[in-house]
Design a protein around this ligand. Structure first.
Ligand code: PXG
Length: 441
């Protein structure tokens, strides 16, 4: 384990970080095991966020480390264009087995952002292959997060992520309204009863643009990054029905919700819905090596592949590291752990305890709303006048001082622990937040 020595922080331009503020007082993690990180100053930190919603089986699992080490000695890298290696195919089959019936064709990427851009390109290619190349529009949603590629920020709806680039976004994109309404649905446990009608906005957009110009609709079934937005009861079902009726491809971005977060392999399974395309990353291999994937219905693969001349490349798309041997070795090992330890079922069985502990903070100072589903919770705080985000940042720091890592976006604290979390650790996470809230103004 490393000592408390602080590296020179100058060269690294940190992602989604207040660089100057961070570098003035760096917070470093130097090792991890199971539910815990170790900080550079030698403190054990309980991981309330599974890293960034991705380390679903807990940290540094030996089986995954061994699979990666073995693979790095046996086949470090193999080209994925016009060549293959066995584990790529095995990992694709294993991922396909966890998808809703019919989504059994898997394209590998290296991140959620790449999965989203890949999904958009596949959707366009599908319509083109079927002679509907005028279907070029996409419908996203306000406050949606679909990564940081130009496709992803175009269909995404987080204003700050789009603002410097508004003139360069993909054309032909429109947005549904988001579904958060604190006045109507504050402190809902699980899915809010209010808000299914917001899906009808899709009918309005279809009327406006005409279905024949729309390729697809992309939403997170459960929106994480924008502050934990839980879909109202009946909302996703309505979106699904409208898409099916008009021939729009429904893309569920399951980068966060995939691999057990809601207590089933996918949110699609949790809600009993089968979209046309699912984007994946993060938990796909416990975040041990960067990897993302896009799962598509077989008819989509068959259409795109079947439309090309035999012997020609059907989809002009792919990454040097698509199905990187180390990344897919980690996938097979991670999926083995999820299955052997029943971690998705575990998440399901812990979710009511998680809900109770989160909602126990109702009435605590500054708490404006509490939202939850599966092993995800968001606690939205009243922003300080003129200083949005500062209160949540201070709670984040106060929790870290007390040995618990939480996330915050805007003034919403987000919780998404590894699925191996123990009930006492759930109490510790929310108990620490309660304490932190008492210390800040
Ligand atoms: N789609 C969704 C739904 C995501 O949540 C991405 C795409 C992009 O994935 P990559 O691998 O390109 O980052 C994400 C990523 C947070 C947080 O704290 C969320 C994400 C990433 C980092 C932080 O809310 N989600």
């Amino acid at each position: 384990m490393s000592t408390g020595l602080m590296p020179d922080t100058g060269s690294l331009w940190m992602p989604f970080t207040a660089n100057r503020q961070f570098k003035a007082a760096p917070r470093l993690l130097v090792s991890a095991s199971g539910m815990y990180y170790m900080s550079h100053d030698g403190r054990r930190i309980l991981d309330g966020t599974a890293g960034l919603w991705c380390v679903n089986a807990g940290h540094c699992r030996p089986e995954i480390a061994q699979a990666i080490a073995r693979q790095s000695r046996e086949l470090d890298y193999a080209p994925g264009f016009q060549m293959g290696h066995p584990l790529a195919f095995e990992a694709a089959s294993r991922v396909a087995q966890l998808m809703p019936a019919g989504l059994d064709r898997i394209f590998f990427t290296n991140s959620g952002s790449e999965s989203v851009d890949t999904a958009l390109k596949i959707a366009l290619s599908y319509h083109r292959a079927r002679g509907q190349s005028q279907r070029i529009r996409f419908i996203g949603r306000e406050r949606g997060y679909h990564g940081v590629g130009f496709g992803g920020i175009s269909v995404g709806g987080i204003a700050a992520n789009r603002k410097p680039f508004t003139a360069n976004l993909m054309p032909g994109v429109d947005h549904l309204p988001h579904t958060l309404n604190i006045a109507e649905a504050a402190f809902s446990r699980g899915q809010p009863a209010w808000g299914a009608h917001l899906a009808d906005e899709l009918e309005r957009l279809v009327t406006l643009h005409d279905a024949s110009t729309i390729a697809g609709v992309i939403v997170e079934p459960l929106a994480g990054s924008a502050g934990v937005l839980v879909p109202p009861r009946g909302y996703l079902e309505r979106l699904h029905a409208i898409c099916a009726h008009h021939g729009l491809l429904l893309i569920f971005d399951e980068v966060i919700s995939g691999f057990g977060r809601l207590g089933s392999a996918t949110a699609s399974e949790y809600f009993g819905l089968t979209p046309d395309i699912i984007t994946l990353a993060k938990g796909i291999n416990n975040a041990a090596v960067p990897l993302g994937a896009v799962a598509v219905k077989r008819v989509i693969y068959d259409s795109v592949v079947g439309a090309a001349d035999p012997g020609s490349i059907e989809l002009f798309h792919g990454y040097t590291y698509s199905a990187h041997p180390l990344a897919v070795a980690a996938t097979v090992a991670a999926l083995d752990i999820y299955a052997r330890e029943g971690l998705f079922e575990r998440a399901r069985s812990l979710s009511s305890k998680f809900e109770d502990c989160a909602h126990a903070l109702r009435g605590a100072a500054h708490v404006r709303d509490i939202r939850n589903l599966g092993l995800v919770a968001g606690i939205e705080l009243e922003p300080r006048p003129g200083a949005p985000g500062s209160r949540a940042y201070e709670v984040f720091l106060a929790c870290l001082q007390r040995g618990v890592l939480v996330r915050y976006t805007g003034d919403t604290l987000a919780f998404s622990p590894p699925l191996i979390v123990e009930p006492a650790q759930i109490e510790q996470i929310f108990g620490t937040v309660a304490e932190a809230l008492r210390t800040i103004g």
